[in-house]
Write a protein that binds this ligand. Sequence first.
Ligand SMILES: [Ca+2]
Ligand SMILES: [Ca+2]
Length: 188
Amino acid sequence: MTLSLVKGQNTTLDSGIEKALVGLGWDPRPDAGDEFDLDASAFMLGANSKVRSDADFIFFNQLESKDGSVKHLGDNRTGDGDGDDEQIVVDLKKVPADVERIVFTVTIYESTKRGQNFGMVANAFIRLVDMKTNEEIARFDLAEDACVNMALVFGELYRRNGAWKFRALGQGYDYELLQLARKLGVNV
Ligand SMILES: [Ca+2]
Ligand SMILES: [Ca+2]
């Protein structure tokens, strides 16, 4: 069963997940002028809800965490093609013990300069898949919701009693990626 999210909804799933994939997809709009370049990112956070260091910020310019537990499979700048256009894979067994949460975000590259928001992007979604069962656990359809924000905190994997769970957040912000990163303690 896929849980479709409503903006702002906060849902806790008892999934016992071990290996997760976060997929971000969107499609080009030939009528829309500038290309839409969406970016999926991950932040590994310690007990204080901040990154332990800048190395915990996984994005298009830093594709892998030091410990190898979080891997971004590469930037896509156009959304051309079906399915996931960007993917982040998390091996939860490899995540260091002092990382308590991993937060996943979507932002639009140069959204301010290009005057873009999610409501203008075609077929945009972000989803979380349990790689063991290939089951889609959570999904947020950005375009359907006509969200006027430029950034979305999709949700977080977090530790609870030795197991990993996923909390869907679906919270929109008017930030670009670097502003969002600063809020989470990255020195950029
Ligand atoms: Ca696409
Ligand atoms: Ca991108």
